[in-house]
Design a protein around this ligand. Structure first.
Ligand SMILES: Cc1ncc(COP(=O)(O)O)c(C=O)c1O
Length: 429
């Protein structure tokens, strides 16, 4: 086993700072909309039409309060991969959540915001060796595994790790399934624990992920029962496990029939049945989109326009609609930027841009195609989208942009990533 020299972590408690994170404080009753209006006006005055996000930190507080009131036994470890904006990390750190990190860079980011290593779970079952070594030097001890090979790597590079076995669960009710890629089958858990014991490793718990965008709460019920089974297997192997990690999968908006409150009810019942409070098992989760999806609004500019003849078969029933023209609009963010989730996130397959400037409700709407800015025809944001006629220079707003958006954007074709402006009201501040 290789030695890892631990770095001392500062014990300074970092709180939100508007200077370091450039957080705008909305005072005198100003709203997010007021901020967007002012920003658009300002950009117009300096001949700048770059896209931008407004990150409403009040939404994150509201989500957190909803979490702790509905799942009081479950400590959230926010999944950094979902949105790694520094102000988001800082806000959640101030709210005392934990963090689920997938890599060295995510661990570095979270530590740089004053989070202590005990508030981090390195929740990736397939880790590069250098990242394991980095975790070791930083005292990030809790990490997941799902294979014998990973155990061998960890035993050589972080023998003091506190391990969590990630199990595969039934994720058939989720829009993004993860158990085909990660998670040990229940039948193989015994062998893994045997191997861990021989390697002298400490296994402290079980984790699962029901899949992102989970549409049915019973998935959690089944997975929690599976986890109980693994706790029992572990006890046969001499491990007294003490941590259950119920992963992510919680919706970030209200698109599903079952609400977060419905999910919580089922989860609480299952926890009370299989892991009652007196079991002494600590329960954590790794929510991503639940915390951030609704907090971000994207503002994009219409940089070009083309009016083309309509396909005769395309007609819209609304009286005020004019069926003979198709509008093509080109906006300055797209599938290679903040909107990449339209191709890689089955839980978020469409967006509904709306005009920033005031329009009469009875203004005619046109069938419109909205393209991203790159030269790639794949870069299409919306098709057959009925909206009032836009002008070049108009701004469009898109809500619910916080999950798997900014963290996955590129500057393909030289179009810069959208800037992020975090805002918070004086009350939350
Ligand atoms: C290991 C792990 N934890 C947590 C999450 C966050 O999931 P969600 O955004 O659905 O809450 C993911 C998403 O892929 C993940 O892979």
């Amino acid at each position: 086993m290789e030695d890892c020299t631990r770095h001392e972590n500062s014990s300074v408690v970092h709180v939100l700072s508007s200077e370091t994170d450039e957080i705008e404080i909305l005072d005198d009753g100003k709203t997010v909309r007021d901020f967007i209006d002012a920003k658009i006006k300002l950009l117009g005055s300096v001949d700048n039409e770059e896209p931008f996000h407004v990150a409403n930190l009040d939404c994150i507080l509201e989500r957190h309060l909803r979490w702790i009131s509905n799942l009081p036994r479950v400590k959230p470890f926010y999944a950094v991969k979902c949105n790694n904006t520094p102000a988001v990390i800082r806000m959640l750190s101030a709210l005392d959540t934990g963090f689920d990190c997938a890599s060295k860079a995510e661990i570095e980011l979270v530590l740089s915001h004053g989070v202590t290593p005990d508030r981090i779970i390195y929740a990736h079952p397939a880790k590069p060796l250098s990242h394991i070594r980095y975790a070791c030097t930083q005292g990030v001890d809790i990490m997941t595994f799902d294979s014998k090979d990973e155990l061998v790597k960890i035993s050589r590079h972080h023998a003091e790790a506190k391990l969590v076995v990630r199990i595969a669960v039934d994720d058939s009710e989720s829009l993004v399934r993860l158990s085909s890629k990660f998670g040990a089958r229940l039948v193989s858990v015994g062998g893994l624990l045997e191997r861990a014991r021989k390697l002298g490793l400490e296994v402290i718990g079980v984790s699962f992920h029901v899949g992102s965008g989970c549409t049915g709460s019973l998935a959690f019920k089944r997975a929690i029962a599976d986890a109980r089974h693994v706790f029992d297997i572990a006890s046969d192997h001499g491990y007294q496990m003490r941590l259950l990690d119920i992963g992510g999968g919680f919706s970030g908006n209200s698109v599903f029939q079952e609400t977060f409150e419905d999910f919580s009810e089922v989860i609480n019942e299952s926890l009370d049945k299989f892991f009652p409070p007196d079991s002494g098992v600590e329960i954590i989760a790794e929510p991503g989109r639940f915390y951030v999806e609704s907090a971000f609004t994207l503002a994009v500019n219409v940089i070009a326009k083309r009016v083309v003849a309509n396909d005769k078969d395309e007609h819209h029933n609304g009286e005020k609609n004019i069926p003979d023209t198709v509008m093509m609009y080109y906006i300055n963010d797209g599938l290679y930027g903040s909107l990449s989730f339209l191709i890689n996130d089955p839980a978020h397959t469409k967006v509904e841009p709306y005009l920033h400037r005031a329009v009469e409700n009875n203004e005619p709407r046109y069938r419109s195609v909205i393209w991203g800015p790159t030269c790639d025809s794949f870069d299409k944001v919306a098709e057959s989208y009925w909206i009032q006629e836009l002008r070049v220079g108009d701004w469009l707003l898109i809500d619910n942009m916080g999950a798997y958006s900014v963290c996955a954007s590129t500057d393909f074709n030289g179009f810069e990533r959208a800037h992020i402006y975090p805002v918070v009201t004086t009350k939350t501040w």
